[in-house]
Ligand binder design. Sequence first.
Ligand SMILES: NC(=O)c1ccc[n+]([C@@H]2O[C@H](COP(=O)([O-])OP(=O)(O)OC[C@H]3O[C@@H](n4cnc5c(N)ncnc54)[C@H](OP(=O)(O)O)[C@@H]3O)[C@@H](O)[C@H]2O)c1
Length: 254
Amino acid sequence: MSNLSGKVALVTGGSRGIGQGIALELAKSGASLAISYVAHQDQAEETINRIKEYKVDAIAIKADSSEVSQVEYLVNQVVQHYGGLDILVSNAGIEHFSSLDETRQQDFDRVFAVNTRGQFFVVQQAVKHMKRGGRIVCSSSMSASTPFARHAVYAASKAAVEVLVKNLAIELGPRGITINAIAPGGVGTDMAMENTREYLSSYPGMALEDIINLMIPAGRLGTPQDIAQFVAFLVSDEAEWITGQTMHIDGGVH
Ligand SMILES: NC(=O)c1ccc[n+]([C@@H]2O[C@H](COP(=O)([O-])OP(=O)(O)OC[C@H]3O[C@@H](n4cnc5c(N)ncnc54)[C@H](OP(=O)(O)O)[C@@H]3O)[C@@H](O)[C@H]2O)c1
């Protein structure tokens, strides 16, 4: 377990799912936490209570990642509360399925506004306050490299993030800040459960268990903790020489 005592971490979309798992894991390692959410305040408050069980400070801030002004507000609130920021986990994201014919401009723009633009600008705001040793982890997906029916827009919004981290690592390296992306496979969160039928449609006639056995050598879906434990390493001092990479945490999906 990494030692993050004395560090301040912001996890966007930290109220539920993978983000919640990451926030809890970083708290377990001793970091003070800020989480953001956009709609479900009750869920955010419940997560704050769970984080505080690790005897660290925790705040929740409502901020829509798709609005650059709200992203700026979010980071400023964190810095005002804690006096600095050491770790950013840019996790907030939305899923989207639609065919080429069905996709409207507003669908495309909404997905990219949250999943791509929101991640770029939260990085821009966060690094203003980071010292040497700063750590950034962004959210891609196995979908950036594994195609599914009706998934082009979401997949492209995540693939762009992998290119962003590769390029931004060049700017941030001299400042002693690392930036990486994680590309999770299927993790049993609200997002994944709400879209199971869409994923299944790429494999007509097959049951979920058979698809898991076919695609995932590890033989099961992931849990938020599977992702969180790896992120806790990526944001630790020990991961100083890892930057510009996308890490596939997916049970070996092929
Ligand atoms: N689950 C998977 O299988 C999987 C696989 C690969 C990648 N991912 C990626 O991992 C990340 C987390 O996914 P998840 O499955 O944990 O999702 P989730 O269960 O749907 O949780 C999404 C989280 O993001 C927040 N959020 C959504 N839109 C937001 C916005 N516009 N501004 C700020 N916060 C926003 C939600 O806040 P509210 O509670 O307020 O709505 C919630 O905290 C996403 O980027 C997703 O694309 C997931």
